[in-house]
Design a protein around this ligand. Structure first.
Ligand code: BG6
Length: 488
């Protein structure tokens, strides 16, 4: 991989500490960093390189997935790091940054390949991008890339405005919009699963699939982010990005022999075929909820409106379930059910595919025997697992039918999402980053839902913390004669 410089804005923040530095270090241990590299971290604090290197050392000791095989390895990684004080709004600070970047390039004999990673509050995205351009940091003889965290806008208009401004400093193929769900190993496995297995590929359509369920339930609450979350809600925090990305990844159809960049085109087609919701219809297809007191993982927790920093009159959504339709030849008539929420019973991100027409009743005399459809369950986290539920003769009884599971659990420790994504960004492979078209189309879809929430056209149901969300979300799938699988 070509030598490069990694320029990290927000290097003293929480994400840098927990995810970004550990990811860089794990790539380094695995021999997946560029052949030569420099890392420059910036923040407001006035500290020396050595002090900064020590804080990175501590975060690696606490959060790194991998242990260094020798102390020397950790030291040489830390040696590559420099620190620069920077106020993101002061243009002269970028000149100093340019100096240190070019000095290190000269010292290490690096070509001018620069990756600018923005791990900062979204209101600074635009300011930083413009300053990179104005200071000359972006005038490289090699490549330049902008890696940008979510949220990309807070509605359709603001996302468009942000994109317009960023595009003045970076071309679309230089912008790598992170959606960390796309970095998860099992999410990256979805296309391979479908394409490389004729046994699945042949069934991947509305002839054989009854419905698709995508769940991302969390047990955590606000984790100290009240101010952000109360403005965002589950709709902006999870649905507009992570959940719609999972929908695209599971629903796209890739032709044989397609290349990496085809993924983004096919994903876009899914969103183009997503049936738009009119504001007035949202309540029939979307359930929103907010958690109340309850018990999660055996611990009592307070209701959302009693969380520190939340106003007792907040109408914010901490849960969302939706029924979506993709009007194309593969998926018409197949409901896609999506739900996500905080303070739910368990942490689980999974996709369940329910196949049509179970025939188990055919083999039993008992009319009360329930129908047991074949299920393909793809668990994304916290475990990475694939289970196929089939029907089999009840061999113990010698009659009747029982469900059996064919189960594969990834036993090996997998790279974390950020490792996969940073590695791809160094290689310039944007397949698992969100293209502007996807972001725009997803905001377009979400916009009427935001408006319906704001105008209170959709009831806000309370749900007990530690549950699977409001009963209305059962009703949403129940209306179609379906049920959420695996809730127990
Ligand atoms: C983030 C959200 O993008 O994803 C958080 O802002 C959420 O609110 C998190 O908790 C969930 O990610 P994961 O990887 O734990 O499922």
């Amino acid at each position: 991989m070509e030598p490069a410089t990694f320029v990290l804005f927000g290097s003293t923040g929480d994400l840098a500490k927990r995810k970004i530095f550990p990811a860089l270090f794990n790539l380094y241990i695995d021999g997946k960093m560029p052949s030569a590299f420099s890392i420059i971290g910036m923040g407001r604090k006035q500290i020396e390189h050595t002090e900064f290197q020590q804080t990175v050392r501590q975060s690696l000791e606490t959060f790194s997935r991998r242990e260094p095989s020798a102390a020397k390895q950790l030291d040489s990684f830390l040696q590559a790091i420099r620190y620069q004080v920077l106020d993101v709004t002061r243009s002269q600070d970028y000149k100093k940054l340019l100096e240190i970047v070019t000095d290190r390039e000269a010292e290490l004999n690096l070509p001018q390949n620069r990756m600018f990673y923005l791990s900062v509050a979204p209101e600074y995205f635009d300011t930083i991008a413009q300053n990179i351009k104005l200071s000359g940091l972006g005038d490289t003889t090699g490549w330049k890339r902008l890696v940008i965290e979510k949220p990309f806008g807070h509605d359709l208009a603001s996302a468009r405005e942000l994109n317009k401004r960023l595009s003045k400093a970076f071309a679309e193929d230089e912008v790598f919009r992170i959606d960390h769900y796309l970095g998860k190993t099992m999410v990256q496995n979805l296309e391979v699963l479908e394409i490389s297995n004729p046994v699945l590929h042949a069934l991947w359509n509305n002839r054989y699939i009854n419905n698709v369920q995508i769940t991302a339930s969390e047990t955590v609450g606000l984790e100290g982010r009240a101010e952000y979350y109360d403005q965002a809600g589950a709709i902006r925090d999870m649905f507009q990005n992570h959940m719609l990305q999972l929908l695209m990844m599971i629903a796209m159809h890739l032709p044989k022999g397609s290349k990496a960049e085809d993924i983004r085109n096919r994903k876009k087609r899914v969103l183009e075929a997503l049936r738009p919701l009119q504001k007035e219809e949202v309540a029939a297809s979307v359930v929103r909820g907010q958690y109340e007191v309850g018990t999660v993982n055996d611990k009592p927790v307070v209701s959302y409106i009693d969380e520190p920093g939340i106003d007792s009159s907040s109408q914010n959504d901490t849960f969302l379930a939706a029924r979506l339709w993709i009007d194309d030849t593969f998926w018409s008539e197949v409901p896609f059910y999506i739900r996500t929420g905080k303070r739910m019973k368990e942490k689980s991100t999974r996709i369940v595919i329910e196949f049509k027409d179970p025939m188990n009743k055919y083999y039993t005399q008992d009319p009360s025997e329930p129908e047991r459809p074949n299920l393909l369950v793809i668990e994304i986290s916290p475990e990475e697992r694939i289970t196929l539920q089939l029907n089999s003769k009840n061999v113990a009884k010698g009659e009747g039918v029982e469900p059996i599971q064919i189960d594969y659990k990834v036993a090996k420790e997998m790279p974390e999402a950020y490792e996969n994504l940073i590695y791809d960004a160094f290689r310039g492979d944007a397949s698992f980053f969100a293209h502007w078209d996807e972001v725009e189309l997803s905001w377009k879809f979400v916009q009427p839902i935001l408006e319906a929430f704001e105008e209170n056209l959709v009831p806000l149901y309370k749900y007990k913390s530690g549950s699977y969300g409001p009963a209305a979300s059962e009703g949403l799938v129940g209306q179609d004669g379906n049920t959420w699988w695996l809730d127990s």
